[in-house]
Design a protein around this ligand. Structure first.
Ligand SMILES: *Cc1c(COP(=O)(O)O)cnc(C)c1O
Length: 421
C-alpha cells in the first residue's frame, strides 16, 4: 500500500473503510467546539453511545424490581458474569470456560499469582520485562516479599540491548532458557505499554514451558487491540482491564483467562469467594468451598452490574465488528501514521519511533521519543485539540484506534505535529 500525505487521500481511505460506521457509535470529545483527534484509547477508551442505555436499563430494573432483578431483570444479575463470556472468549482466543470478567486488573494479577506463582526452594524466579507497568512491578515485588524472597535474586528483568528500545524475541527466549533450573514464572505484557511492542506470546509460552515454568501475560494493552490465541498458544493465565481498548469506562470491570488444562486441578491454591462456588449449591450457604470449573471458580464476589452493563455495551460492538477486521484496519491506520511520521523527519533528527516498525510486532500505538522540546510539542498538540499522552521522560504515545479513529484523524495529527516540530 502506498500512502499519500494529503487530506484527500485520508478521506478516500475513510470512504473505503468497511468499519467506518463504528465511529458514529461513539461519543468523540470536542475541543473548542470542534471534534477532537483522540489518540488515547490506550489509556481510556471512548464511550459508546449505547453505554448510557445499558446502564439506564439496569438502573430501571433496580428501581422497579429491586432484589428481584437478580432473577427477573432483563439481564438477570445472578448470571451477569455469563453474558460477557462469548465476546471475551473471541477477543482473547479462548474457550468460554477459560474466561470471566471480574474485579480489577491488579487485583486479578494478585489472584493469579496466588494460584500460579508457587515458588519452591529450587524454582522461585520470575522473569518480567524491565520497566513493566508500575502496578505490575509493585504486585510482583509484594508477592516476592509475601513469600519472603529477595527481589534481587528472585526477579529477573529483561532489558533491551544497549542502544535499542525494545526486546528481541531471541533474547527473551535465551534468558528464559538460561534460568530454566530456577524459573517458576514468566510474566510479560502482551503489548508493552511504553514501547507498544507486541510480544511473541506463542514462542515465549513454548520456551517458558520447556524450561519448566508457568507462563502468564498482562494483556492490558493487548486486549481489544491485537488478536490473541491464548488457548492455542497454551498460555497458563492472563489478566486485562477493560477501560483501555475495550471501551468499558473508567475503572471498568477487568478479566482473566485460565487455560482449560487447569480447570480441574485441585492442587492449585486460590483465594476463594462465594461467587466461585459451585453454582447449583451456592445458595445452600454451606461450609467447604467447591469451585466452579474453569475461570469462573476464581470469582470472589457478585458482579458490579453497572460496570458490567457498560462492559456489555462495548463488547457488543466488538462482536459485530470482529477483532480480525479491526486488526486489518488497525494495521493500515498505524502504518499510515508511521509513514507520515517517517516522511516528516526522514533522518530522525527530531524524534525516533521506538515502537517496532513491523506491523506484526506492534498493536495500534506508536511511541515517539522526542529528541527536543518534547513536552512543548505535546502541549502544542493538546492546544490544537489532539489528545495524545506523555510518558516521562520523553515519549509521546499516539494510538489510532480502529474502532473509532479515522484516516483523517491520522492525517490531522501528522499535519499539526509537523507544524510544531
Ligand atoms: C493500565 C495498566 C494497569 C492498571 O491496573 P489497574 O489495576 O487497572 O488500575 C496495570 N498494568 C498494566 C500493564 C497496564 O497497562
Amino acid at each position: 500500500m502506498t500512502f499519500e500525505n494529503s487530506i484527500a487521500f485520508a478521506r478516500k481511505m475513510d470512504r473505503n473503510d468497511p468499519l467506518s460506521s463504528y465511529r458514529k457509535k461513539f461519543i468523540i470529545p470536542k475541543h473548542k467546539g470542534k471534534t477532537a483527534v483522540y489518540f488515547v484509547g490506550n489509556s481510556l477508551g471512548l464511550q459508546p453511545k449505547d453505554t448510557k442505555r445499558y446502564i439506564n436499563e439496569e438502573l430501571e430494573d433496580w428501581g422497579t424490581l429491586a432484589v428481584e432483578g437478580h432473577f427477573n431483570g432483563r439481564r438477570p444479575w445472578m448470571h451477569y458474569h455469563k453474558f460477557s463470556k462469548k465476546a471475551l472468549a473471541e477477543i482473547v482466543g479462548a474457550k468460554s470456560i477459560e474466561v470471566v470478567a471480574l474485579n480489577q486488573l491488579t487485583v486479578n494479577l494478585h489472584l493469579m499469582m496466588v494460584s500460579f506463582y508457587r515458588p519452591t526452594k529450587e524454582r522461585f524466579k520470575i522473569i518480567m520485562e524491565a520497566g513493566a507497568f508500575p502496578s505490575d512491578q509493585y504486585a510482583v515485588e509484594s508477592q516476592l516479599n509475601y513469600h519472603k524472597l529477595n527481589v534481587d535474586t528472585a526477579l529477573v528483568e529483561l532489558k533491551p540491548r544497549l542502544g535499542e528500545h525494545t526486546l528481541r524475541t531471541e533474547d527473551i527466549l535465551q534468558s528464559i532458557d538460561a534460568h530454566r533450573n530456577q524459573l517458576a514464572l514468566v510474566l510479560l505484557s502482551g503489548v508493552q505499554y511504553y514501547t507498544g511492542q507486541f510480544f511473541d506470546i506463542k514462542k515465549i509460552t513454548e520456551v517458558g514451558h520447556r524450561s519448566g515454568a508457568l507462563v502468564g501475560f498482562d494483556l492490558a494493552h493487548a486486549v481489544g487491540n491485537v488478536p490473541l490465541q491464548l488457548h492455542k498458544d497454551n498460555v497458563d493465565f492472563a489478566v486485562w482491564c477493560s477501560y483501555k481498548y475495550l471501551n468499558s469506562g473508567p475503572g471498568g470491570i477487568a478479566g482473566i483467562f485460565i487455560h482449560e488444562k487447569h480447570k480441574n486441578d485441585s492442587n492449585i491454591p486460590r483465594f476463594a469467594g462465594w461467587w466461585g462456588h459451585k453454582e447449583n449449591v451456592r445458595f445452600q450457604m454451606k461450609k467447604g468451598f467447591i469451585p466452579m470449573q474453569g475461570a469462573d471458580g476464581w470469582q470472589l464476589s457478585n458482579v458490579p452490574v453497572l460496570a458490567g452493563a457498560a462492559h456489555l455495551a462495548s463488547l457488543k460492538l466488538f462482536e459485530e465488528a470482529g477483532i480480525l477486521n479491526l486488526r486489518k484496519k488497525s494495521i493500515l491506520l498505524t502504518s499510515y501514521l508511521h509513514s507520515l511520521l517517517n516522511e516528516m523527519d526522514p533522518k530522525g533528527d527530531k524524534f525516533e519511533i521506538i515502537t517496532p516498525s513491523n506491523s506484526n510486532d506492534r498493536g495500534c500505538q506508536l511511541s515517539i521519543l522526542m529528541k527536543k522540546n518534547g513536552r512543548k510539542v505535546f502541549s502544542g498538540l493538546m492546544k490544537k485539540g489532539i489528545f495524545t499522552d506523555w510518558r516521562e521522560p520523553d515519549v509521546i504515545r499516539a494510538a489510532p484506534v480502529p474502532m473509532y479513529n479515522s484516516f483523517e484523524d491520522v492525517y490531522k495529527f501528522a499535519h499539526v505535529l509537523s507544524t510544531l516540530i
